[in-house]
Design a protein around this ligand. Structure first.
Ligand code: I3S
Length: 128
């Protein structure tokens, strides 16, 4: 019935601190710049804010804007190969817009949860 909430309708929400760098922008290779970022997965959008840095405000508080947002629809995730980074636990995220990011955490549990969340989001929104 219309009153039954489909659990799949619930927008996915996840947040935490991750290390992030772009490696490609609009299909062109860019220089790595690893940054600790407050990261929020909201529906099919991944948002990054400047990390930590002593400030108390972040974009959820309506004060500062996200530094960078990624549309996950039509994108892909995989574990980054060794030639992409010497770091452990690195996810490679490719967007339909030709941006490639590396996302990393020293904590393998944390990064595994993000991997699953990003994959779920991409498959949930695949046909939009
Ligand atoms: O893939 P690369 O070029 O070896 O990436 C490393 C460099 O970006 C390095 O900075 P500079 O070469 O600009 O000084 C970074 O400090 C490293 O972290 C990068 O490699 P990892 O393996 O950490 O992703």
């Amino acid at each position: 019935s219309a009153y039954v909430q489909d659990p799949n309708d619930k927008p996915s929400e996840k947040c935490g601190v991750l290390n992030v760098t772009k490696i490609t922008e609009h299909g062109k290779k860019v220089r790595k710049n690893w940054t600790s970022s407050w990261t929020v997965l909201q529906g099919s959008t991944l948002l990054f804010a400047k990390g930590q840095g002593g400030g108390t405000s972040w974009f959820g508080g309506g004060q500062s804007k996200p530094e960078f947002t990624v549309d996950l629809r039509g994108g892909s995730v995989e574990w980054a190969s060794k030639d992409k980074s010497s770091k452990k636990h690195v996810i490679e995220l490719k967007t339909r817009q030709g941006t490639e990011l590396l996302i990393q955490s020293e904590n393998d549990g944390v990064i595994s949860e993000w991997y699953r969340a990003l994959q779920d989001t991409i498959s949930t929104h695949a046909w939009e």
